[in-house]
Structures are given as structure tokens and as C-alpha cells.
Design a protein around this ligand. Structure first.
Ligand SMILES: Nc1nc2c(ncn2[C@@H]2O[C@H](COP(=O)(O)OP(=O)(O)OP(=O)(O)O)[C@@H](O)[C@H]2O)c(=O)[nH]1
Ligand SMILES: [Zn+2]
Length: 221
């Protein structure tokens, strides 16, 4: 391998490492939420106007503001680090050292290619070391990364990475099964397919742990 190849390989490594982050502009947080809502509202009004809709209509006139508020405060609120859930770590006093699985966590996300919904479920698991976190924080971490324009692969890896950080362990599994409205309602128009992504690390790289995890998420309550 010559120097040039080595440089290319390093560049690719950099690319792989940084691509876990949602691509954001450097000045992404220069505007306040209210300023963003005002700007998006204006642009959305233009979109509706261009589509030929009558913005004087009672039912339509509030839509640009509703959409802008929904983007900033709800479905894309996970773009702002201020909205990241704080998962306080508790000492694992009881020395629980088996698998904890939080399954069927609702995923409501948005496809970054078409800005239409991705709807599904996430199943997450970890095997604690010294720390545990509150159960609801697992759901909140999933929600935070879902509430931004996404591709399912990156969402899965972002959630896994955050769980490792919050729990201070590598023993983390994340599996997401989801329907992509961009596949169902347009384009290829396939309403029966769904997408599964998974990330396993630490002990979950071993087949026995993966099998146990998959068994738990498939069993009926
Ligand atoms: N890998 C990946 N692809 C996704 C995800 N969500 C949507 N896509 C795909 O992103 C692709 C965008 O491809 P383009 O060919 O630029 O878009 P398009 O012309 O609208 O493609 P069609 O959907 O095939 O009509 C499509 O194939 C989508 O199905 C995702 O979470 N992960
Ligand atoms: Zn899409």
C-alpha cells in the first residue's frame, strides 16, 4: 500500500466516523426556534401558493404556521441538542448483570430523502456494568434520534452510540423494524415490505446473547 492509498483509507475512516452524525450546518443553531418557525412558515406558504392552494381559505390559512411549528417543536425537535434527554446514571447496587430489554418502543421518524414518515418499533437491550438508567430514558433516547430527518441505518447507530455513552458499557443492542411511507405511498408503492436494521456491540457480538435478545423481542406478552 503506498502513501496515497493510506491517505485515502484514512480519509475513508474519517468519513465513516463522522457519518454517524446527522449532517448539520456550522451555524445550525444561530437562529432561535421562533425565528426558524417564522422563516419556515414563509417558505411553506410559498410552497402551498405554488401548488395553487388558496391561502385565504379558512382551513388552509393556518397551515404554514402549523407545519413550521410542528417541524421545529415536534417532529424535528431532535435536531437541537438542547432537547437531548438527560439520562441520569444510577449505581447498579443490586449488581444486576443479565440482559435488560425494552421492546416495542414506538418510532415515529421522518425520511430525510422525502420528508415523509418512518413508523415502526425499536427494541433495545443492554447488560449493565456499574450503572443503570431509568427505563423511560431508553424510550426518550429513541425518540430524540427519531425526531429528525433520518435514514434508518444511521438512526439505529446513533441510538446505540448514545446508549453506550449513557450506560457506560459496550453491551448494547438496538433493533428497529419500520415502515417507510416513501416506499409505501409513492415511488415503488409497496405496502407490505418493511425494513429491519440492527446494531450489536460488546457481548451482543456473541451469538448466544443475540439469540436471547431476539427471543425476547419475538415472544408474546
Ligand atoms: N438506505 C436507506 N434508504 C432509504 C431510507 N429511506 C428511504 N430510502 C431510500 O432512499 C432512496 C432515494 O433514492 P432516489 O432514487 O434519489 O429517490 P426516488 O427517485 O424518490 O426513488 P424511489 O423511491 O425509488 O422512487 C430511495 O430508494 C428510498 O427508498 C433509509 O432509511 N435507508
Ligand atoms: Zn424516503
Amino acid at each position: 500500500m503506498d502513501n496515497h492509498d493510506l491517505e485515502n483509507e484514512e480519509a475513508m475512516d474519517d468519513h465513516v466516523m463522522s457519518s454517524l452524525e446527522t449532517p448539520m450546518r456550522d451555524d445550525a443553531f444561530a437562529l432561535s426556534d421562533d425565528e426558524k418557525i417564522t422563516i419556515i412558515e414563509g417558505h411553506f406558504r410559498e410552497i402551498m401558493h405554488t401548488l395553487g392552494l388558496d391561502l385565504k381559505d379558512d382551513s388552509l390559512k393556518g397551515t404554514p404556521h402549523r407545519v413550521a411549528k410542528m417541524y421545529v417543536k415536534e417532529i424535528f425537535s431532535g435536531l437541537h441538542p438542547d432537547n437531548k434527554p438527560h439520562a441520569r446514571r444510577f449505581e447498579n447496587k443490586y449488581k444486576y448483570n443479565k440482559m435488560l430489554v425494552e421492546r416495542d418502543i414506538t418510532v415515529y421518524s421522518s425520511c430525510e430523502h422525502h420528508f415523509v414518515p418512518i413508523i415502526g418499533k425499536a427494541h433495545v437491550a443492554y447488560i449493565p456494568n456499574e450503572h443503570v438508567i431509568g427505563l423511560s430514558k431508553l424510550n426518550r433516547i429513541v425518540q430524540y434520534y427519531a425526531r429528525r430527518p433520518q435514514v434508518q441505518e444511521r438512526m439505529t447507530m446513533q441510538i446505540a452510540s448514545e446508549l453506550k455513552q449513557a450506560l457506560q458499557t459496550e453491551n448494547v443492542a438496538v433493533l428497529i423494524e419500520a415502515d417507510h411511507l416513501c416506499v409505501m405511498s409513492r415511488g415503488v408503492n409497496d405496502v407490505s415490505s418493511s425494513t429491519i436494521t440492527a446494531e450489536y456491540s460488546g457481548l451482543f457480538e456473541q451469538e448466544a446473547y443475540r439469540t436471547e435478545f431476539l427471543g425476547h423481542i419475538r415472544t408474546k406478552r
